[in-house]
Ligand binder design. Structure first.
Ligand code: FES
Length: 102
């Protein structure tokens, strides 16, 4: 487990994804119904950044060509379904959001 603090919970807005960078990793953070999700921020189709579009129905939506990814598993649910993006566990402690880089 490698927890990295990525910001105060109050810095995130419901349904407005935000990118954080940890080293070379670009990670999209989503807050949906008060829960946090962290996904690799690069669409496997043509590498558009995922955080530019709001989530819909529990899915990250790529504004490139509309592929959709499950926020919990990273599985592609619309588009080429054998693709996925990496997901990272999240944790909130004392008002700080952490993600687990494994
Ligand atoms: S770049 Fe994401 S769907 Fe095409």
């Amino acid at each position: 487990m490698r927890l990295e603090a990525v910001g105060k919970v109050d810095d995130f807005v419901e349904n407005e994804p935000k990118e954080v960078q940890i080293g070379a990793r670009r990670i999209a953070i989503y807050m949906v119904e008060g829960k946090f999700y962290a996904l690799k921020n690069i669409c496997p189709h043509q590498e558009v950044l995922l955080h530019h579009a709001p989530p819909q129905n529990g899915r990250a939506v790529c504004k490139g060509h509309g592929w959709e990814f499950d926020l919990k598993t990273g599985k592609c649910l619309r588009g080429q379904k054998d693709h996925k993006v990496a997901v990272y566990p999240t944790k909130v402690e004392d008002g700080i959001l952490y993600i687990d880089l494994g």
